[in-house]
Design a protein around this ligand. Sequence first.
Ligand SMILES: Cc1ncc(COP(=O)(O)O)c(C=O)c1O
Length: 446
Amino acid sequence: MSSPSAVFSRDYKGPDRPSIVRGRGMYLEDSTGRRYLDANSSAGVVGIGHGRTEIAEAMVAEGESLSFVYGGAFNHPWQEKLAKAVLSVAPANMAAVYFVSGGSEANETAIKLARQYHVERGKPGKHKLISRWQSYHGVTLATLSLSGRTSWRQLFTPYLTPVTHITPPYEYRCAYCADRGGCTLSCADELERAILLEGPDTVSAFFAETIVGTTATGLVPHPDYYARVREICDRYDVLFVCDEVLCGYGRTGKPFAIQHWDVEPDIVTMGKAIGSGYVPLGAVVIAGKIVDAYAAGTGRFVHGFTYSGMPISCFTGLKVFEIAQREKLFERTGPMGEKLKAAVKGVAEKHECIGDVRGRGLLVGVEFVADRATRQPFPKEAGFTAKVLAGMRQRGVIVSPGVPLANFGKDGDHLQISPPFIIGDEEIGMIADALDGAVGDAVRSL
Ligand SMILES: Cc1ncc(COP(=O)(O)O)c(C=O)c1O
């Protein structure tokens, strides 16, 4: 039986999706007039909030003068201005930006950029990639290969390229340090072992979500973790790539999440909040040493999407940046995130099934367990996260489901709260109330 919809569904068996017709600030409204608090920024995207008239008006004005020009043949002022704006808040070693249309494209670009960097320097053997389990870097075949998200990899395994995955810095379930009374940075040292086992002359880059997103929301590594990673990468001439598609561009209280560690990466990939949902936009922020190697070598990066650096996307990205600066949104997410986490921890005190509340800024993860003492997860069949999500939606609050993880890909429940940067105290209260009610209902339904 064919579906009445002309759009290929992402889930033919799932419940009907509301048709959203309006977005304003923190809220979405569906075709029946029902309002939802968008407490996940629509997949972590809408940093500056929905429906900014200023942006819509500016897009109309700019669209009339230049909608598209091909980046392989021409430059245009907006790309240059947005690149300068991004660099003005980036780690000091960053020197150039390559614009794309989203996060997967950004990571795909970073893989190729890293590979060609080594070739430009006369090291053609360096091509292998290392990343971490319980991570997500995108849906294209190369970025899915990087991703350590078992449930999304399995179906496409025959097409995935070899990538070595190491243990993530997952303090709540750390296999290394659970019985050692604190972090020993063993998970960072695993990177060195992986490089040695692969052969240092063959390894190109290490990719990490600086703060982990939807696969294990809110894993914030130890304060010394990235310094150790940097040291190891330097020792073996391996590029250190931070995926900040979700956690970057102001979400965690600094423009770049890696700035919490005061470490300089070689490449940072961005997406989501850089366009804030007004345009599809992503960026690869590139260290001076890489730019220099290209400039001194062939000079030409063998890569480019038709829509790379599209004028209207860069123009709109610049407007998003200007609003974020004017309203100090990149700084606001820090203190508002602390309030959000405190409110969620308040809910956790009432519910034994909330095992861990973690994250930084407005990227908060809530992990559920069947037993708080043993940290035993609920069986997958209980569908606990789905129940909590449905209960929160019934109460008018939208959050993201986390991907199952605790039993290495099968069981395990968590959700992600990642609201727009403009969130206020009232909305934090609404999120906490909805979580409280929905968790209570989900437990009673078991
Ligand atoms: C950390 C991270 N990297 C990469 C991506 C892929 O970005 P996109 O969906 O824009 O291709 C995502 C998307 O959720 C992400 O969270």
